[in-house]
Ligand binder design. Structure first.
Ligand SMILES: C[S@@+](CC[C@H](N)C(=O)[O-])C[C@H]1O[C@@H](n2cnc3c(N)ncnc32)[C@H](O)[C@@H]1O
Length: 203
């Protein structure tokens, strides 16, 4: 099964409240975005945003230039439906991130549990090339992945675990690590999952 079909099936078959990565409030993401001290009209993209509540909470905080990208139209449909009329305040892009051709540049790129699914080096390099051309110089990137002592699979798929050295080596010299924060995520089934959040600035 290709990866788009995998994700469409997941969001068709499961409640968004019952997927292992579900968070009621993505507090660490919000904190790291806030630490980036951006203007409220800064261009922010949530890559692989899925059905996350992050976009709604960012709108609550006054951010006005938000894009949510995901390869699953089902996930984007659920996220839009949840926001109701406020979904018109958000730009929605359905595409595989490795194939994304940005029309303009962003001040902040947020990715929770997306890059870690790219186990193939060619795909990882495509993602990093897209990141480089999408993010402004002095823009911020927040990537959250499973930690090196965390799970080895997510949603039935193999993932790559990262620590700060491994992710820094992967992203290369144009990205300077600013923060490295662990998170113990508790799934809806009460399973502990160790995540690590990395915030970089592009230099
Ligand atoms: C584990 S979920 C995380 C969702 C969201 N970031 C969150 O924290 O709730 C991974 C999401 O990334 C999307 N995704 C996976 N691979 C992708 C890719 N190559 N391009 C775009 N979206 C992708 C999936 O459809 C899914 O919504």
């Amino acid at each position: 099964m290709n990866r788009k079909n995998h994700w469409e099936n997941i969001y068709t078959e499961k409640s968004p409240l019952k997927v292992s990565w579900y968070q009621k409030e993505p507090l660490l993401s919000l904190e790291l975005i806030s630490n980036s001290k951006l203007d409220k009209n800064a261009a922010i993209i949530d890559v692989g945003g899925g059905t996350s509540s992050l976009v709604g909470l960012m709108l609550d905080e006054g951010y006005s230039n938000i894009t949510v990208l995901d390869m699953s139209s089902t996930a984007l449909g659920i996220a839009k439906h949840r926001l109701g009329e406020r979904s018109n305040l958000v730009k929605w892009i359905e595409v595989d991130i490795t194939e994304f051709n940005p029309l303009h540049k962003y001040d902040l790129w947020h990715d929770r549990a997306v890059f870690h699914f790219l186990t193939d080096v060619q795909d990882q390099n495509k993602y990093i090339d897209v990141l480089k051309k999408t993010l402004k110089t002095r823009g911020y990137v927040i990537i959250a992945s499973f930690a090196v002592d965390g799970p080895k699979k997510c949603s039935g798929l193999d993932i790559v675990q990262y620590d700060s050295k491994k992710i820094s080596d992967k992203l290369g010299l144009r990205f300077r690590l600013l923060e490295n924060r662990p998170e113990l995520h508790i799934t809806p089934f009460n399973i502990e999952q160790k995540f690590c959040y990395f915030r970089f600035v592009k230099i």
